[in-house]
Design a protein around this ligand. Structure first.
Ligand SMILES: Cc1ncc(COP(=O)(O)O)c(C=O)c1O
Length: 292
């Protein structure tokens, strides 16, 4: 996504992976009106749209379909001019920062007001394990904190329940601690880089076959693949069919998506234990399924 004159938006669908809050209130009306601006702009975010908002939530740290990153420095400049709060949804993409060779993808992310990322994706922890980092501690606390007579607040100490939605929760932090402690800085970097290398390997293996098209630039760990039937015909239906065949074969599982109006197989390499042999075996299974 680019903000500024001649702005274009790539990857994000209007109203889907971007949330814009006008006037400080989240309400369907506000969101609809911003969607209206999207519609008028033909799917592009324009300065007109951004003028109307004071909160921008970006799927900026690794697009769910393509792994693409938005130019965060430009977004931060545009937001700063208007005093907007910039939130980065870095569910898996923020982990690129762990690698010196991928870190450039998240350049400018340090200028955001808040980040969210998940441990249950690339860190391979159990589900529902995520982080948020908010620059303005008071804004964060004010948004999350609840009061009740039995909830004893003590200004001298940080109470963690004041920074999350739930008052009670299990010790998810322990799992994250254990994962980080066992992997170490180098282990995290190696895992992220390996998954990205394996995604490229998958794209190379598949992309040379007839009737197989890699739709995205494989910049991270995501690969979007589309299949055309051997004799020509409905590529959306055939792509779904190929996915079902692979899933039914039990060799591998991958989900589907629609990207720029095209049905695609969505491969996301994020498991710590995936090897080159797994990629080759999966690619073979996919190519067999595409051959009919
Ligand atoms: C970019 C992005 N944001 C948000 C989510 C949703 O995350 P969660 O399942 O933790 O709610 C995902 C999940 O795939 C994602 O990739």
């Amino acid at each position: 996504m680019l903000l500024g004159d001649g702005i274009t938006i790539q990857e994000l669908q209007p109203g889907a992976s971007i949330t814009l809050e006008a006037g400080g209130d989240i309400s369907t009306d506000n969101i609809s009106s911003i969607d209206g601006v999207f519609a008028l702009a033909g799917g592009n975010i324009t300065t007109l749209a951004i003028d109307a908002v004071d909160f921008v939530s970006l799927d900026a740290g690794g697009n769910i379909n393509t792994g693409a990153f938005d130019p965060m420095t430009e977004i931060a400049d545009a937001a700063a001019e208007r005093g907007a709060w910039v939130h980065v949804d870095g569910a898996f993409g923020l982990w690129a920062a762990a690698s010196p060779t991928l870190r450039h993808l998240v350049a400018g992310v340090e200028r955001a007001d808040s980040w969210a990322t998940d441990a249950h994706k690339w860190l391979n922890s159990g589900y529902d394990c995520g982080f948020v980092a908010v620059r303005d501690r008071e804004a964060h606390r004010a948004a999350m904190s609840a009061t009740a007579a039995y909830l004893m607040q003590d200004a001298a100490h940080r109470d963690n329940w004041e920074y999350v939605l739930d008052s009670s929760r299990r010790a998810r932090g322990f799992i994250v601690y254990a994962a980080l402690r066992s992997l170490g800085r180098n282990g995290v970097r190696e895992m992220i880089e390996r998954c990205c290398r394996l995604a490229r390997r998958m794209a190379e293996r598949l992309g040379t076959a007839d009737g197989v098209e890699i739709l995205n630039d494989v910049v991270l760990n995501q690969v979007l693949v589309r299949f055309t039937p051997p004799g020509g015909g409905d590529a959306d239906a055939f792509t779904r069919q190929v996915m079902t065949r692979v899933q039914d074969g039990g060799e591998a599982w991958m989900g589907g998506t629609t990207w720029h109006g095209m049905g695609a197989m969505r491969i996301s390499v994020s498991n710590w234990s995936t090897t080159e042999a797994d990629i080759d075996r999966t690619a073979d299974a996919i190519l067999r399924a595409a051959a009919g």
